[in-house]
Design a protein around this ligand. Structure first.
Ligand SMILES: [Zn+2]
Length: 95
């Protein structure tokens, strides 16, 4: 693990595994019109943060952490899972 704050950016907590990481290392989820959107880190509205790995997404879903973080009833469907997995793959390709 690198020391906290080594990126110099804001720190966020993954709602899945509770790990604290720089916001640019996490995936931001927001709700728009009742649908979850996967957004790039931008300070717009209420967001939930997840590590770019499916295990964290599953944990967050199981604990209903997304509902709590986003203050909304979040619809988890296959499409959302696929999109999240897609973002994970993109991140891996970059790293
Ligand atoms: Zn995590």
């Amino acid at each position: 693990m690198t020391a906290a704050g080594s990126f110099g950016g804001p720190q966020r907590t993954c709602v899945g595994c509770r790990r604290v990481a720089p916001s640019e290392a996490l995936v931001r989820l927001t709700v728009r019109e009742g649908r979850v959107t996967l957004a790039e880190p931008r300070p717009v509205g209420r967001g939930a943060w997840l590590c770019p790995q499916p295990e964290c997404f599953e944990q967050a879903v199981r604990r209903r952490a997304l509902d709590r973080a986003l203050r909304a009833r979040v619809l988890i469907d296959d499409d959302l899972c696929r999109r999240f997995t897609g973002v994970c793959e993109q991140r891996k390709a970059v790293m």
